[in-house]
Design a protein around this ligand. Structure first.
Ligand code: HEC
Length: 249
């Protein structure tokens, strides 16, 4: 029996352990993304950029479309065991396709935070910054249970469009949000738009892009990313359709 194989592997393991020691600060265990290497707020910013600049190819849930999945097995194969820096470098030097490197370092750091969060790694108390990319190891992604209604769900609501303070727009008397079912890019079905109004209020992000003035006071259907913050619910808009020119039901 050839015993060189196992011995070579053992040697390699020892070398890796030794190398690891010399890099790490004395006695500290190697740092991983399980330690909370980004903040909640940063991941929220990253989610907004992701939705605008990445979701078209990688899908809103990172499940993969014309670009590969950024979660699960594919993520593990390409990034688990490497430094966060590898993930950052891949994204910041090659993405978004067609505008590689175009977003700026801080924005890329935010997007990395979002990708880490979507792979099940926890937020912590310090933002991920350029100095914190090396020596922090990516672990295998946690298999995510189907998303509970909450942060970063794609949802559908109906409500009354109203202007808020300082050029902002809100959806008032809005229905409870319902998780949007794929394909989230399709037009709204009548079952989705026929929902009764409710009592919630959503602050709409980027509403200006949808000529909201023309729909003030109308009953609107909105689909987008729900972002729950303490005391406030925000929604990005990926679909915005009029249900009725009045909002008086
Ligand atoms: C126009 C489509 C498109 C857009 C927009 C886009 N990507 Fe990609 N992405 C791809 C394709 C195609 C690949 C596979 C080829 C490659 O690795 O370059 C890829 C690969 C990747 C990979 C490597 C995945 C792996 O396992 O190899 C990451 C990470 C990634 N993209 C993140 C992003 C992020 C973050 C954004 C937004 C800032 C983004 N992409 C925007 C198409 C796109």
């Amino acid at each position: 029996m050839d015993r060189r194989g196992p011995r070579a592997i053992l040697m390699l393991v020892c070398l890796v352990l030794v190398a690891d020691r010399s890099v790490g600060r004395a006695q500290e265990p190697p740092k991983t993304v399980a330690a909370g290497v980004y903040t909640d707020e940063q991941a929220v910013r990253g989610a907004l950029t992701y939705e605008r600049a990445c979701s078209g190819c990688h899908r809103p849930d990172l499940g993969g479309g014309s670009g590969p999945a950024l979660t699960g097995e594919r993520f593990n194969r390409d990034f688990a065991g490497k430094d966060v820096k590898a993930l950052f470098t891949k994204i910041s030097t090659t993405m978004p396709r067609g505008d590689a490197g175009g977003l700026g370092e801080d924005v890329y750091l935010d997007v990395v935070a979002h990708v880490l969060r979507e792979n099940g790694f926890p937020a912590g108390s310090r933002e991920l910054d350029a100095g914190g990319l090396e020596g922090v190891r990516v672990l295998a992604a946690k298999v995510k249970p189907p998303p509970p209604m909450g942060d970063f769900s794609y949802v559908e609501v109906v409500g009354c469009l109203a202007s808020g303070p300082g050029n902002t727009w809100i959806l008032a008397r809005a229905s409870d949000p319902v998780v949007a079912t794929p394909p989230v890019v399709a037009a709204a079905s009548s079952a989705n738009t026929a929902r009764p109004l409710g009592t919630l209020t959503f602050n709409l992000l980027d509403a200006m892009a949808y000529a909201p003035d023309a729909h003030k006071g109308h009953k609107m259907y909105v689909r987008g990313l729900l972002i729950k913050l303490p005391g406030e619910q925000r929604m990005t808009i990926s679909s915005f359709e009029m249900v009725s020119p009045s909002c008086s039901e």
